[in-house]
Design a protein around this ligand. Structure first.
Ligand code: ADP
Ligand code: MG
Length: 575
């Protein structure tokens, strides 16, 4: 770089589009994805794809959809031009696959692109092509054809990253299969170097799902998979899941659609793996073709340029719902007993991002040492603004930081505190349970989706003898059969805890015949371990706020670090 700063200038629109294309157009397969999505959004029920040279030579997508008004043709090729959304409200209620208005402009900037289109009502078709998007009359049946030739011809940097023709073709074919599976009511065909690879007819009959899955994934999966069809709380999941004997050695048969949009999502992957956990041998992968349908306002698709990731408003609810739906499909004995519940959504907690990691002793030591230095530095500086008298009196201090996603470091005039988040949660849960118990009853929380639990016959008998005690504790566990319990309600103060471990803790405590205080403590302990949630800043502040009013009554979940204690720590360190 020169020493003198360069002057600022606007990029040419061609160059700006090429830069933007970096986000959506990675390879021929991404071009095909965008074009197919546009044809689907246009309401086509027949889409033909022709590919040459793995997609680098040509990708032509022809559809019989709504077409484009010829006065809008030039606009279709400009960035940020779309007919699908106009404002935030449209985005929140999105029904189309596209909405960014960027794909055609991006693709056109890195290839030789032409669009030919005709609306049904029009007498003739129109074509836009060339660098200036020149528009001329052209013959075309109702619908649209987009032709993309010589991808990356003008961006040698990108072209270098392309793999062999067969690799690019492999990616492209995969995209085709994924989209062909997403809509049964649309017929698709695909040719490569003039050879027909796949053709699927549009189908609206009741067996359309099975037929399409068979055509796209092969008959074997169809034979060895079971069907899924489950609804609760405004969510609907349907499709097919491979049984354990049909599990695969690769994760290559995993198709998941949210409102018909293909997504790859960690939350979904996690829920499905969990659902298979008991039936899958190590090193085998579940196979599935599943469609989740829900109110579009419950899911944000505008999180990623290629729209592969989504964000659910009630992530935990979705996670648990998927888990239940798939597990019941895999263990049909249970599903017959599970009623289809329609209940308002329970309070949900965010899906945990990472598991709690145990901290090594040296790591703790290092961290304390580091923070002690930091505190020593700041302690000497008097506060520039006096504390407002309206601020509640704090005994635990204000949050400085979070260590190892579990420990809260707070600072207070009488010393710093290191609070064990897990232990604090347990103490709070225990305190709340005891308070509720002394008020006679613990309020029950009905489960959105009842969970079933296999137990010993003796446990069922024991429960049946003490129905009142159970309901005072806020539980409803009803026996179905000799050794199965349905968990229908759990104590409201512990509503965020997974029901199964909680019910197990209850049964264990009842088996050993402990009295209530111990039983409540056991439940609280289970709550803090089963509810293993990593602490981010917001959660830590929340926990601290919950802990503060109880600080006088609880103990054992923090240590106080005074300057003297810290000094001693350093002494032993240097010996
Ligand atoms: P987006 O799909 O996000 O709106 P695109 O750049 O992919 O953005 O397309 C721009 C616009 O061109 C679309 O909003 C749509 O109106 C029109 N369009 C693109 N492809 C087709 C097609 N195959 N049939 C009809 N209209 C199309
Ligand atoms: Mg689009």
């Amino acid at each position: 770089m020169d020493a003198a700063p360069r002057r600022i200038r606007l990029l040419s629109s061609q160059f700006a589009n090429q830069i933007a294309a970096g986000e959506v157009v990675e390879r021929p397969a991404s071009v095909l994805k965008e074009l197919l999505e546009n044809s689907i959004d246009a309401g086509a029920d027949r889409i033909e794809v022709e590919v040459e040279k793995g997609g680098v030579g040509l990708i032509r997508v022809r559809d019989n959809g709504a077409g484009i008004h010829h006065e809008d043709l030039a606009l279709a090729l400009s960035p940020h031009a779309t007919s699908k959304v106009a404002d935030q409200n449209d985005l929140a209620h999105l029904k189309s696959l596209g909405f960014r208005g960027e794909a055609l402009a991006s693709i056109a900037s890195v290839s030789r692109l032409s669009i030919t289109t005709r609306r049904k009502a029009d007498e003739q078709g129109w074509r836009a092509e060339g660098p200036a998007a020149e528009i001329t009359p052209a013959a075309h049946p109702p619908g649209t054809t987009v032709e993309v030739r010589e991808l990356f011809f003008n961006t040698p940097g990108r072209r270098k990253f392309l793999r062999s023709e067969s690799t690019e073709w492999g990616h492209l074919e995969q995209v085709f299969r994924r989209l062909a599976l997403s809509r049964f009511e649309v017929g698709f065909s695909l040719t490569h170097n003039r050879r027909r690879i796949l053709q699927v007819r549009c189908g609206r009959e009741s067996d359309a799902l099975e037929r399409r899955i068979g055509e796209v994934t092969g008959r074997a999966f169809l034979k060895t998979s079971v069907s899924v069809d489950f609804s609760a709380a405004g969510l609907h999941l349907w499709g097919r899941v491979a049984g354990p004997e049909a599990a695969r050695s690769q994760a290559d048969l995993q198709y998941f659609y949210v409102n018909h949009r293909l997504v790859r999502d960690r939350l979904i992957g996690h829920a499905l793996r969990q659902a298979h956990r008991d039936v899958l041998p190590v090193g085998r992968y579940p196979g599935y073709v599943l469609f989740l349908e829900l109110d579009p306002t419950q899911v944000d698709v505008n999180v990623h340029p290629t729209k592969h990731e989504v964000r659910f408003r009630e992530a935990r609810l979705i996670h648990d719902f998927l888990y239940r739906a798939v597990r019941d499909a895999l263990e049909p004995g249970l599903s017959a007993a599970v009623p289809q519940v329609e209940q308002p959504a329970i309070q949900v907690t965010p899906y945990p991002k990472t598991e709690l990691r145990p901290a090594s002793e040296t790591a703790i030591r290092e961290s304390i040492t580091g923070y002690a230095r930091l505190l020593a530095g700041t302690a000497a500086v008097p506060r520039s603004t006096p504390r407002s008298t309206a601020e509640p009196k704090r005994t635990l201090g204000r949050l400085v930081d979070i260590l190892f996603e579990n420990y809260l470091l707070t600072e207070h005039v009488d010393g710093a505190r290191l609070i064990d988040g897990g232990a604090a949660r347990e103490a709070i849960a225990c305190h709340r349970l005891q308070a509720a118990w002394h008020d006679q009853t613990i309020r029950p929380q009905p489960l959105l989706v009842p969970e079933s639990l296999e137990v010993e016959r003796a446990a069922v008998v024991r429960l049946e003898q003490e129905p009142e005690r159970l309901s005072r504790l806020g539980f409803e566990l009803s026996p179905i059969g000799e050794t199965t319990l349905m968990i229908r309600q759990q104590p409201a103060p512990l509503r965020r805890v997974q029901p199964i471990p909680l019910a197990r803790a209850l049964l264990e405590a009842m088996e050993t015949g402990v009295d209530e205080p111990v039983l409540l403590r056991n439940l609280a302990r289970c709550a803090s371990t089963a509810h293993c949630r990593t602490l981010d800043r917001a959660a830590a502040e929340e926990l601290l706020a919950e802990l503060e009013p109880l600080a006088g009554e609880l103990s054992g979940c923090w240590i106080r670090l005074t300057p003297e204690i810290l000094a001693r720590l350093f002494e032993t360190d240097s010996v």
